[in-house]
Write a protein that binds this ligand. Sequence first.
Ligand SMILES: [Zn+2]
Length: 254
Amino acid sequence: METPYRLTYQEKALTNILLSIFYYNGFEKRKLPKIFESDELITIEIVNEWIKKTGLSPDDLIFPHNKDNVANDQDDKDNIKKYKYVIELLGMYFPATQSITLYTKRIEEAAKGLNVSTDALRQVVLLHEIGHWITHKLHYNRQCWEIAKYNSASTEVHEGWAQLLAWWVVKNISKLKRAFDRLNKEQIQQYHVWVEFKHSTIKSLLVLRELESPTKTTWESCDKHVAQNPEKSIHSILIIMRGENTGRELNIAN
Ligand SMILES: [Zn+2]
């Protein structure tokens, strides 16, 4: 069952730290999205849906990865048990409704498996999901990430930014950093991309939000152009990128 979730005092503080980085950089203040909690556990249907959506192999989703006893198990019940640690399903941001759901029971189970505190893991998951919402809905110059462009971005781009934003907050709080690291260690490849973008800036995100179907390569290109043109506006950087690529490689919209 899904019910409205009330942030704890600590969760409010963490959310404010993350938001303040964006407000400092000129983003417009905005009310937090609707946040729900769900006590739903993992079912085979949910796992199958996820596999279909992501094109991943079921083995990618098992925690811990490469567990020996997994391959030949036929029993459905056992399968559900194995999948209860699916890390990618601890929280979800829904761009269509701009809401967040925290799967609190799954977080509890995963925290045991990861040997971290449930509170710390829930805070990490929350920051990651708020990260998705910030990249999508926080306005800069009255613009957010237009939904068609948002949906066209690759999973690596979405998960990379959400992880990076969470990391900006957790890196200085040892308890959270530990939970983040332990969780990340068990996550699939798309959740590790952020490591290559530790030097990305908010300006790079603003450039990226203007592009069609951005991938990891597009993100690299944004970073490069932002670093090379520190004094130039987002608009000017987009013009430079358009000139270099004639809009073909990067699918830059007019
Ligand atoms: Zn995510």
